[in-house]
Each structure stands twice: as C-alpha cells, then as structure tokens.
Design a binder for this molecule. Structure first.
Ligand code: CMP
Length: 152
C-alpha cells in the first residue's frame, strides 16, 4: 500500500473543478485518508518546490501556488503514486493525453490543476510538509472485496 500527496492547485479551486477532480479519484476507488483547504505561504512553497527554487520559472510558480487556496489530500492505494500520475497526464496540459485530468481540463504548463508526488521519497517528504500524523484517517473500505481479488 502506498500514499501520495495531492494538491488541487489554485487554478482548480478558482475554476470550481475541485468536485470533478475528487470524483475521478473516488471513481477509481482510491482511498482519501486526509484532506484540507489551506493557503500556501511563500515559505511552504519554497520547501515544497525545493528542487525548482533555482529555476527561472520558480518566481511565477510561487506567485501562482500562493495566489489562492489549495486543497491538500493524502491518497492511499496500491501503486497509488504511479496510478495518480497516470490519471493526471503530462505536466503540460497542452501535451497531456485526452482522457487524463490535465488532458481534459488544462491547457497550461504552469496551471496544470493538480500536483501529485512523483516517488515514495517525495510522497513521505510532501505528506509531512502538509499534514501531521494525527490528521491522517486511514480506514478499511467496506467495498474492498468488490474492488480486487484477495491475492492482488
Ligand atoms: P507540479 O507537478 O506541481 O511540479 C512542479 C510544477 O512547476 C509543475 O507541476 C508545473 O506547475 C510547474 N512547471 C514545471 N515546469 C515548468 C516550466 N517550464 N515553466 C513553468 N512552470 C513549470
């Protein structure tokens, strides 16, 4: 079982797409084990995007991610890090395949609606940035026997 940190970014909140995007994860039967709306500060942005701070686009990225609230979530499931990134599609919405979240709703490289952790190490680091352990609510879905075979 894996966990991944997901952010529904300011463009997702402003465009009233939160419900549609959460529905995609629910329809895929992924467990949401934590969720909250927060305002990202410049300091949190620099910690989250530490690997991009020196890049030329970082200034615009910080302005964007701090420009309106985000919805932070922890998703849990088998191979959830890869599964969610496949559901999002390519970083640039113009290049993302039709049928993916970005392919269907985004036409931008920066305003690509959703962030998702890209590795188990990033997931652990990012979950700890946004959530305290006490804010996570893992649970066993009653639907499990109808979602996969016992040996999967
Ligand atoms: P995300 O998955 O949140 O990780 C880093 C973010 O930086 C990325 O989504 C985009 O929103 C943004 N980004 C990546 N590359 C560029 C770029 N070349 N120019 C502007 N923004 C970018």
């Amino acid at each position: 079982m894996e966990r991944s940190l997901i952010l529904l970014k300011p463009d997702c909140v402003q465009r009233r797409l939160i419900g549609k995007i959460i529905a995609r994860f629910e329809e895929k039967a992924i467990n949401i084990v934590a969720m909250k709306m927060i305002q990202v500060t410049p300091d949190l942005s620099k910690q989250h995007y530490a690997e991009h701070v020196e890049k030329p686009f970082y200034g615009g990225l910080e302005e964007f991610i701090t420009g309106a609230p985000v919805v932070a979530m922890v998703l849990e499931g088998l191979e959830v890090i890869r599964v969610v990134r496949d559901m999002l599609g390519a970083t640039n919405g113009l290049k993302a395949a039709a049928g993916t979240i970005r392919g269907d709703f985004s036409s931008s490289r920066q305003m690509n609606l959703v962030h998702a952790s890209d590795s188990p190490e990033s997931a652990t680091r990012e979950i700890n940035l946004y959530f305290k352990e006490s804010e996570l609510c893992p649970y066993e879905p009653t639907l499990t026997p109808w979602l996969k075979a016992g040996d999967e």
